[in-house]
Design a protein around this ligand. Structure first.
Ligand code: NAD
Length: 504
């Protein structure tokens, strides 16, 4: 373990702030692994005064970074991707140690970082603006995209490194600088990533404050990011109540935000679908990352004619879930992030039974070191009970029956969140209805594959209380730039738009 930490520059005690130089004289916290309760290292938070200095440096770095040609910025992101390739195994192990997801998922998360770097390198030559015909003779209209400023990146514990990279790789090629406030549950991975970025920026001779870091509590450092006009864009990933708070504060100062909030993923299983595909997709979607993904499958809406057999097959899979040390290849599920998450799961199970649901299997605390292990829970429910409408960030899956596809879609859409959804069917009329305007109301709607495991090439995000933000691929980069529209007159005369005349 020490070797992995050292190879990524993690010492016994680490400063939690970086703005060209490492600082952090605030409260110290010891990071404990959920795998076994072992202390990993200590991190000292930044004070508000140190935060101010870091932000000032990030803002200063933007003034020169924005002038570097975008393809040259892309070269830096290419080198960052190469650095991640070299450190993939160690960084994945650190992700696993710090937040408890299985090593194979940790490796997948780092691969996602590499993929978004590759995507961003290509993007650095494709930050296209449009040209439009002008209604005036010998005039031209055009749009250009310019760098925006400092991007404040606030991240959740469950994807401790990928979300930073989605934002950072895109922001860097767009000419922005980034200031990262990670979850206090996962500060070590944030320090490791920032050190990799620092190394690359120094090698190129650029200001290392282009990738800054401020570790501290959401209620102090987070709120400083939310309220400071030097932060042009706040990209916030976290819970719905958190997003409501952040969005409100950023909006009050007319700052921009990207909100990536909670989900309540559902899979519709049609009687015309392949049940093996359904089982595998739902099982991975529900127990992957121990049910701690925003895109986790939390609800299964299954046709009444196959409901009982499907539930029984799912229960059989659940019962033999290999649970234990997530570093071992033999385990599909590791611990939850902390003992508090176990309590949340147990409370939700009591509530679902009180509301009329039936516990089918699982939901037990396991007596393993660290106190964060549970068996995944499966519950049978008649519909979207109040507890089903909440995002319980733990491995609990609710299964409910439907009779018509219209009813299934109404159940799927009948929650306040709108992130990820899927249908398992071989009937094209069903899948097309699901994807149509009368279908899923989510940002992600999949066919014959589960709700989680999004690829970086598409824009990622969701509707309703999921916040409406989009990041990662497609044209999500536009949120990281400011658009400038220009009318250019090469006629040698003055002609006003809309036919307005000016007699002088
Ligand atoms: P959380 O809301 O507890 O914390 C998220 C981040 O917000 C942390 O860095 C936290 O320190 C910070 N924060 C807290 N108070 C703040 C404030 N006043 N101002 C600014 N920042 C503040 O979430 P979590 O438990 O770390 O993560 C789980 C949640 O995140 C779930 O709801 C999950 O669905 C969601 N999530 C969403 C996505 C997505 O892309 N939609 C991805 C991952 C996680």
């Amino acid at each position: 373990m020490r070797e992995i930490l050292r190879s990524l520059g993690i010492e016994d005690v680490n400063a939690g702030g970086f703005g060209g130089a490492w600082t952090g004289s605030g409260k110290a916290q010891t990071v404990v692994s959920p795998i076994n309760g072992e202390a990993l290292a200590t991190v000292t938070n930044v004070t508000p005064a140190e935060f101010d200095g870091i932000l000032a440096r990030s803002h200063e770095a933007f003034q020169t970074w924005k002038l570097v040609p975008a393809p040259k910025r892309g070269e830096v992101v290419k080198a960052l991707g190469d650095e991640l390739r070299r450190n993939k195994a160690a960084l994945a192990e650190l992700v696993t140690l710090e937040m408890g997801k299985t090593l194979r998922e940790g490796l997948g998360e780092v691969q996602e970082m590499i993929d978004i770097c590759d995507f961003a390198v290509g993007l650095s030559r494709q930050l296209y603006g449009l040209t439009m015909p002008s209604e005036r003779r010998q005039h031209r209209l055009q749009e250009q995209w310019h760098p925006l400023g400092v991007v404040g990146i606030i991240t959740a514990f469950n994807f401790p490194v990928a979300v930073w990279s989605w934002n950072t790789a895109i922001a860097l090629v767009c000419g922005d600088t980034v200031l990262w406030k990670p979850s206090s549950k996962t500060p070590l991975t944030a320090i490791a990533c920032t050190k990799l970025a620092e190394k690359v920026l120094r090698e190129f001779g650029y200001d290392p404050a282009i990738c800054s870091l401020a570790i501290g509590r959401g209620s102090d450092i987070g709120d400083l990011i939310n309220t400071d006009p030097r932060v042009a864009l706040v990209s916030y990933t976290g819970s719905i109540p958190g997003g409501r708070h952040v969005g409100g504060l950023v909006q009050q100062r007319f700052g921009r935000h990207i909100l990536e909030l909670g989900g309540n993923g559902a899979v519709i299983v049609s009687e015309k679908g392949n049940l093996d595909i359904a089982l595998r997709s739902i099982y991975f979607g529900a127990i992957g990352t121990a049910g701690q993904r925003c895109t986790s499958t939390r609800r299964v809406i299954v046709h009444r004619s196959i409901h009982d057999t499907f539930l029984a097959r799912l229960a059989e899979l659940y019962d033999r879930t290999p649970i234990g040390d997530p570093r071992g290849d033999e385990h599909l599920m590791g611990p939850l992030v902390d003992p508090g998450a176990v309590d949340t799961l147990l409370a939700a199970m009591a509530t679902v039974q009180a509301e009329g649901g039936r516990l089918v299997c699982g939901g037990e605390r396991l007596p393993l070191p660290g106190g964060c292990y549970v068996t995944p829970a499966l519950a049978s429910v008649p519909g979207n009970l109040p507890i089903v409408q909440e995002e319980t960030f733990a491995p609990i899956l609710y299964v409910m029956p439907y009779d018509t596809l219209e009813e299934a879609i109404a159940l799927q859409n009948g929650v306040t969140q709108g992130l990820s959804s899927a249908i398992i069917t071989d009937d094209q009329r069903e899948s097309e209805l699901f994807l149509s305007a009368a279908g899923s109301d989510c940002g992600i709607a999949n066919v014959n594959t589960g709700t989680s495991g999004a690829e970086i090439g598409g824009a990622f995000g969701g509707e309703k209380e999921t916040g409406g933000g989009r990041e990662s691929g497609s044209d999500a980069w536009k949120a990281y730039m400011r658009r400038q529209t220009s009318a250019i007159n090469f006629s040698g005369r003055v002609e006003l738009a809309q036919g307005i005349t000016l007699e002088l």
